[in-house]
Design a protein around this ligand. Structure first.
Ligand SMILES: [Zn+2]
Length: 177
């Protein structure tokens, strides 16, 4: 197996951690005085996980979602890291106020909005490109104002994402929001 390139960040912490960012870059966090061999061993031990995560990101960037049940913890973590910021940003620009966020395992729909304006998103959505994720976020936020799929509902979406139809195409044939 080839050696894994990574960026190392040392800080006053006790344990080591590794993460793969959305571009496939590997980031290792380590205690300030951890010897290099120990860090190398840590990365080597996790090589399989790292390569799998990079593969997932590569497919996501190519718009070929690769959703496996075993990746659920990874995508749930992504969802919790990424969705609150997107919701906050789009809600502010749409002038709507969601009541909360739930990450689900739904297979048949990427997102939903309850009668009480609570938003739910499936962790499976996180395997898709950002353009598609943003569309589902805007779609569910638009339901706070329109509890239907009327023309007015889509006009509201279009005012935020003029290219929303292209974004729908990325998701099509799989699940619906
Ligand atoms: Zn809808």
């Amino acid at each position: 197996m080839e050696r894994i390139e990574y960026e190392l960040i040392r800080s006053p912490r006790r344990t080591m951690s590794v993460e793969v960012d959305t571009n496939g870059g590997v980031l290792v966090r380590a205690p300030r005085f951890a010897p290099r061999w120990q860090i190398e061993a840590f990365v080597k031990e996790r090589a399989e996980w790292i390569n799998r995560a990079r593969e997932r990101q590569a497919k996501r960037l190519q718009n070929l979602p690769d959703i496996r049940e075993e990746d659920k913890p990874y995508y749930v973590k992504q969802a919790k890291a990424v969705l609150p910021g997107k919701i906050r940003r789009y809600a502010a620009c749409m002038g709507v106020e969601p009541a909360g966020l739930t990450v689900t395992s739904a297979r048949t729909r990427f997102g939903s909005c309850s009668g009480q304006n609570r938003l739910s998103f499936s962790w499976r959505l996180m395997a898709y490109p950002e353009a598609a994720i943003d569309y589902v976020v805007v779609h569910e936020l638009a339901h706070i104002r329109y509890k239907d799929h009327s023309r007015a509902f889509y006009a509201f979406i279009e005012s935020v994402l003029p290219d929303y139809k292209e974004r729908i195409r990325i998701l099509q044939g799989r699940q619906e929001a």
